[in-house]
Write a protein that binds this ligand. Structure first.
Ligand code: 3H9
Length: 702
């Protein structure tokens, strides 16, 4: 076993190497090792300066998050940082890769900080529901001032080495790759030039400037609160920063620790940590054990509409050449224009320049009406009209023109991939790749595995997701896969509430209040109400099962009031094209439908009551999706809802949320609602079984 921290003496330079793969997290062994190393350094008379650096791909990426919530072991990180700072002889910290959270805090305890080119620093603790707890809220403002520190801590963003130098977080950037060599060079300078060392805990100038400045911190807090949308950690971080202005360093540290511990034990932090690990676990699917991903040197995309052009763009951004195929010249021109429009918008927003766009368009992108042009593609993704017959026709053509080993994917949102695969001579190469709109932005990619899909095809789907910087989630075949199937059910729960007397606006307000960026009716207006209408018509034609309550949305759709794109839908956008106002005609139509259908009226439900039903419907369907093997684990459902459907991350996704409030409580809610509608609210067997065993969804996450 290798040591988590290695020391050696090179002339008069003492080397302290942190070696805790994969990201050098500051685990108990690392913390003990660093303290021990600083003691050795102090005792070594020949050593005039120490270099603190990381082995492998990065400096310390933070505290070891896996230790959170467990019994504390070994010395705490704030103590370690203090011991580093207290060293009589200078400690030079070399940052390569990323110095995040506790990693940056260790660097702030050092006396000199040198970043290697391309490295990044940051205090991303808010992303996991905590705030810096090893002096980040006390040392960083002393170094760079409160405004810059508040922005970095409250957003948790990563700061480039260049910006870190401008802000003063690091003292220099070294154009070298090897942290050890860079450290020796930097330590040499410190020794030879007798450079002064700074102890940040002793710097008081920036702190004094804001002592007692309540108005200053209130203004920052108000701004952070608005952006945090219900998340507590960023707001509490400002409290800790205010303490830095008002308290002596040691007291500020004690208060920081208290707030850190309070946040670490909060439901929000537990949920965000679940999301962090689930996002990584979700990529671990059985097919990857024996499947080999295919290298994608050339891709084909069929269709240049919203989805086809979005998929094309996400490939182009990842450097993958794309041949787009459309059915005629006019559609091809439209497809090209769709791609260009997004690229031009990116230029206007300053994301890249004309040369970047021209390079993508001229060297990576091709559009044609000739299917034969797909003959050299490693993968072909079809994003054509959402009708089984249309897709089957296309796959028959693909079977003729595509290379025998090419992966053939459908971007269908609902249709049966088995039926699509069955028209080809190579169903093992066929799978679903369900992108979400806008496909070049949305993170989620459902990798839909049909009965005959090979492990290699699945592995290719996951490798593609990674390359496109998306989160691939394995889904089985069913109507709507994981996400849209669950969406349909909670949309139904919302529709029932509307029928029974709750205003759609009250539902949207409750859903937004819960932490979603928008409510289901706002979402419908944004996406276009024709999409839902079309899919419901298809279902009705196929024989709709259960109670139908979407007449109120059909009324808008049939009328042509399709949402934002037509200026009116559930909301009226005549005064404000984005936000919209209540649409009285819509409310009147709902009233009329309630009367015509003779639905018993419950009156308007409270926000709590709305969310109880909305979430119970979502959780119950999520459980059914897991029970049927459509999703591998509850965490897969959480990731789908978090990355594709706006579930608030700080609640961890619906399945984690169910565990938080208690699965027995969810079951009790379902049983209560089932008295009104036993079919719709029938509890999933999985929930009943887990509750009977005293377990919850987390026990299935492995
Ligand atoms: C903190 O520091 C609190 C302090 O202020 C106060 C303390 C008192 N711990 O993401 P990857 C695992 S809070 C444990 O796939 P990449 C990760 O789960 C912390 N494990 O690699 C994965 O495991 P597996 C503040 C961690 O190259 C493996 O490492 N810091 C940690 O795409 C590889 O990770 C953060 O929040 C950790 N801290 O990205 C940084 N980090 O292989 C969190 C990673 O079993 N980390 N793992 O699935 C990151 O943002 C990214 O991991 C990083 C590398 C950018 C570093």
């Amino acid at each position: 076993m290798t040591n988590a921290v290695n020391t050696s003496l090179q002339g008069d330079i003492f080397l302290i190497e942190i070696n805790n793969p994969p990201v050098n997290a500051a685990s108990a062994a690392v913390r003990e090792g660093v303290i021990d190393a600083i003691r050795q350094f102090a005792a070594e008379d020949k050593a005039k300066a120490a270099v603190l650096y990381g082995a492998g791909r990065t400096f310390v990426a933070g505290a070891d998050i896996r230790e959170f919530g467990k019994l504390p072991a070994g010395p705490m990180l704030p103590e370690v940082v203090q011991i580093v700072e207290d060293s009589e002889k200078p400690v030079v910290c070399i940052i390569h890769g990323t110095a995040l959270g506790g990693g940056l805090e260790l660097a702030l305890g050092s006396h000199v900080r040198v970043a290697l080119k391309g490295s990044k620093v940051g205090l991303p603790e808010v992303a996991i529901g905590v705030m810096p707890g090893a002096s980040g809220t006390q040392r960083l403002p002393r170094l760079i001032g409160f405004e810059a520190a508040a922005e970095i801590i409250a957003t948790g963003r990563q700061v480039s080495a260049k910006e870190a130098l401008q802000l003063g977080i690091v003292d220099a950037i070294e154009d070298m790759d090897d942290p050890k060599a860079a450290g020796i060079a930097a330590a040499r300078r410190v020794i030879d030039q007798n450079l002064p060392v700074r102890r940040l805990s002793k710097m008081d100038e920036k702190v004094q400037a804001h002592k007692g400045d309540t108005a200053f911190f209130d203004a920052i807090r108000a701004d952070v609160k608005k952006k945090a949308r219900g998340q507590i950690a960023p707001v509490r971080a400002i409290d800790a920063l205010e303490n830095a202005a008002n308290m002596p360093f040691d007291e500020g540290m004690t208060a920081e620790r208290e707030i850190f511990m309070e946040l670490m034990n909060s439901d929000q932090s537990k949920a965000l940590r679940h999301a962090f690990f689930a996002e990584r676990e979700v990529a671990k699917v059985p097919e990857l054990a024996n499947g080999t991903p295919k290298e994608i040197k050339q891709a084909g995309v069929i269709g240049g509409g919203t989805m086809g052009s979005g998929i094309t763009l996400s490939m182009l951004f990842a450097g993958i050449p794309v041949t787009m195929v459309e059915r005629d010249e006019e559609s091809a021109a439209r497809g090209k224009a769709n791609v260009l429009k997004v690229l031009d918008d990116g230029i206007k927003k300053g994301r890249y320049d004309e040369a970047y766009r021209d390079n993508l368009m001229n060297t990576l992108y091709k559009v044609t009406t000739d299917f034969e042009a797909l003959g050299d593609c490693d993968i072909i993704i079809e994003a054509a009209f959402e009708m089984l017959e249309v897709k089957q026709d296309l796959f028959r053509t693909l079977d003729k023109v595509a290379r025998k080993d090419a992966i053939l994917a459908s971007n269908t949102s609902y249709l049966d991939i088995n039926k699509i695969a069955s028209v080809t001579s190579r169903p093992e190469n066929v799978l679903g790749l369900h992108f979400f709109s806008p496909a070049h932005i949305m993170k989620l990619l459902e990798v839909v595995v049909a009965d005959k899909t090979s492990a290699d095809a699945v592995a290719t789907g996951f490798a593609l997701a990674k390359k496109l910087k998306k989160i691939g989630v394995r889904a089985g075949v069913c109507d709507g896969f994981i996400g849209n199937r669950i969406l349909e059910v909670y949309m139904k729960a919302a529709a029932f509430m509307v029928e029974e007397g709750t205003s759609p606006y009250a539902i949207d307000k409750a859903v937004v209040g819960f932490g979603y960026p928008m409510g289901p009716h706002q979402m419908g207006d944004l996406a276009g109400l024709d999409i839902g209408l079309m899919s419901r018509k298809r279902r009705i034609a196929e024989g709709y099962k259960g109670r139908y309550a979407f007449e109120y949305l059909d009324w808008l759709g049939e009328k042509g009031d399709l949402g934002q794109k037509t200026g009116r839908g559930c909301y009226d956008y005549s005064a404000d094209p984005r936000k919209g106002a209540e649409n009285p005609e819509f409310l009147a139509a709902i009233e009329q439908i309630r009367k015509e259908k003779g639905i018993p009226q419950k009156g308007e439900l409270s926000s709590d009551e709305i969310m109880r039903r909305y979430m119970a419907a979502m959780i119950n369907e999520g459980a059914k999706v897991v029970e049927e093997g459509i999703a591998l684990r509850p965490l897969d459902v959480d990731i789908v809802m978090l990355s594709g459907y706006g579930s608030p991350r700080w609640r961890g996704g619906p399945m984690h949320y169910a565990d938080t409030i208690g699965l027995d409580k969810v079951l009790a809610d379902l049983n209560e609602f089932a008295k009104e509608d036993p079919v719709f609210w029938k509890p999933a067997k999985l929930i009943e079984d887990l509750v009977a065993k005293g377990e919850n969804f987390s026990s299935l996450n492995g």
